[in-house]
Design a protein around this ligand. Structure first.
Ligand code: HAS
Ligand code: CU
Length: 541
């Protein structure tokens, strides 16, 4: 790993953390609003609850995740391959392109000209710079894929008979999957939203736009999740003092994600008219199928952690769990993230079940779900990764491990309160994306739960401030040298057991494309050939 590459990772991670900071600030405001205290009118920049909510979703779910991943995953991949990125110039060009895109999108976003939520469904119409900026960010992610692919090919030329190291393989799958999946969003942006926001076409088509959006919008959640899985599979077992239970099983799980992540976006559109119910059923079954690689992950990662805990003297069927090295904040963050993700996964299955979805769709339940998944499995894991990555990049030891431990437990506790309350409110019918404090239809049985939303959000806010404080102090005050970065875990059943077919690309990518064509082809063809493009844009804020 060269110095320039470390700086590149540092640049991406720095942008990610700044975005997260903005995201948690606005998150606090929304949580307090639900708790009965609306501070939005007193803030300098934020014009409304909905402005705040859009900033929150875009900064956390789109910017923080994407920039962190583009810094972290190439870092891991190059380390695993033992070679630098094929093109440092391309890598830096990618960073600057993404930063320009981000700034372009941020101007209307912060200026309240793009208050369209992180899903930007038309006919809500944002300023064109918002769409163009986000598109540049997506193009940047494709260039990361390109650089990773070139790097792997160079490695392959020198190592024709070896299995791709697991961490590199997983990194490549993550970006290959995302590159296929993001084509829906690219089409929505280039063909629909950008010309429409520029006034080149008069109308739009909300349904077609939603189909294209969720083509990408579901797999984007695995684009966020898989880098966390990379850490759970390839680093966490060793951080726990153990070994990865099975390397071939880990590869199988990722290949299943490559094949199954995309052809199932209709599970976000069960209530949309204009999509045949038969296709919704196909997407429902494929959603149950993509549950499976996460179950493989559950099994494999728990067995790996167990090997670590037993090596440290752990005994019993469950009691070994206490013997994990809980004093390591990086590992503690990840294990706590896994625990809450189990409930997020169960909730996901409920969402995916057509008839149950009708109960929870567009309610606060979904907000509870997404805070367990992207808001904990991913975010808390990335915080755990930051606890070794940021000290490494700064060359200084983490300022306070105790504070970091307090931080991760606060996130865990705060999220239990916050997410559980939102799930319950959702079951009582409370809508999501609503300024609940101003709603005239608030039900009596919701009211006792509102303070818990505010309390949960406040705990999460304190936790995130401790996180940032610790990193800033590491930068400014820490003098001790950074410890070694965690090394990759060895596997109990190693790469030499992995059949060669698990190290191939063409069959799996072909299968992925075929499934997408089947699951989306007929509906997309019909909608694209019959759309009148006649819905005018709206600015409701
Ligand atoms: Fe989801 C809506 C279904 C996973 C994020 N999801 C959302 C939205 C977001 C989101 C942001 O079918 C809202 C979008 C919007 O704004 O409208 N989701 C699923 C399913 C899964 C799932 C089936 N979601 C995720 C992940 C996300 C995420 C991951 C982000 C990172 N979701 C849905 C559906 C909707 C939806 C519908 C639409 C709802 C609607 O009506 O709008 C699955 O992939 C989940 C699989 C997970 C598991 C858990 C495995 C556990 C592991 C940890 C094990 C280790 C442990 C260690 C426990 C099967 C790997 C402990 C040790 C011991 C000893 C036990
Ligand atoms: Cu989904």
């Amino acid at each position: 790993m060269t110095r320039s590459e470390e700086r590149l990772t540092a640049a991406f991670v720095a942008v990610a953390l700044v975005a997260l900071f903005g995201g948690v600030l606005t998150g606090l405001l929304q949580g307090l609003e639900h708790g009965g205290l609306d501070l939005h009118p007193y803030t300098p920049v934020i014009k409304s609850y909905y402005h705040s909510l859009t900033l929150h979703g875009v900064l956390n779910a789109l910017v923080f995740t994407t920039f962190f991943i583009c810094g972290f995953v190439p870092f891991i991949a190059t380390r695993a391959l033992g070679t630098p990125l094929a093109s440092p110039a391309l890598a830096w060009g990618t960073f600057w392109l993404m930063l320009v895109g981000l700034v372009l999108a941020a101007i209307p976003l912060v200026g309240n000209a793009a208050t369209v939520m992180f899903t930007f469904y038309p006919p809500l119409r944002a300023h064109w710079a918002f769409y163009v900026g986000l598109t540049l960010v997506v193009v940047g992610t494709w260039l990361v894929t390109l650089n990773l692919a070139l790097t792997w090919r160079k490695w392959r030329a020198r190592n024709p008979d070896e299995r791709t190291p697991l961490a590199a393989f997983m990194s490549l799958v993550t970006f290959a999957m995302w590159t296929i999946a993001s084509l829906g969003l690219a089409a929505e942006m280039l063909v629909m939203l950008i010309p429409w926001s520029l006034g080149l076409v008069a109308g739009t088509d909300p349904l077609l736009a939603r189909v294209l959006f969720w083509f990408t919008g579901h797999p984007i959640v695995y684009f966020w999740l898989l880098p966390a899985y990379v850490s759970w599979y390839t680093l966490a077992p060793r951080q726990a003092g153990g070994k990865l239970f099975s390397d071939p099983l880990a590869r199988t799980s990722f290949i299943l994600f490559l094949i199954l992540s995309t052809p199932l976006g209709f599970h976000h559109q069960y209530t949309d008219p204009g999509i045949h119910v038969g296709w919704k059923l196909v997407h429902a079954f494929l959603t149950f199928a993509v549950f499976f690689p996460s179950l493989l992950t559950f099994f494999n990662v728990v067995a790996s952690l167990e090997s670590g805990a037993r090596a440290r003297g752990g005994k019993g069927w469950v009691a070994w769990f206490a013997k994990l090295p809980w004093g390591d904040p990086s590992l503690a963050a990840q294990v706590l993230a896994m625990l809450l993700f189990t409930f997020g996964g169960v909730g996901g299955l409920i969402n995916a079940s057509y008839n149950l979805n009708l109960v929870v769709h567009n309610t606060a339940w979904i907000v509870g779900h997404l805070h367990l998944t992207v808001g904990t499995a991913v975010t808390l894991t990335f915080m755990g990764v930051s606890y070794w990555l940021v000290p490494h990049l700064l060359g200084r030891a983490l300022w306070s491990r105790t504070l970091a431990l307090v931080q991760v437990w606060l996130w865990f506790g705060g999220m239990i309160v916050f997410s559980n309350t939102l799930h319950r409110l959702g079951l009582m019918g409370m809508p999501r994306r609503t300024m609940i404090g101003a709603a005239p239809y608030v039900q009596a049985d919701w009211k006792p739960l509102f303070p818990l939303v505010g309390i949960g959000a406040s705990i999460l806010f304190v936790s995130s401030m401790l996180f940032f404080f610790n990193l800033v102090m590491t930068w400014l005050a820490s003098r001790a040298p950074a410890p070694e970065v965690p090394r990759f875990a060895e596997a109990l059943s190693g790469a030499d057991h992995a059949p060669a077919v698990l190290d191939r690309w063409r069959p799996w990518i072909a299968l992925a494309v075929l499934l997408i064509a089947i699951a989306y082809g007929p509906t997309l063809f019909r909608l694209a050939t019959t759309t009148p493009f006649n819905t005018p844009g709206m600015r409701v804020w």
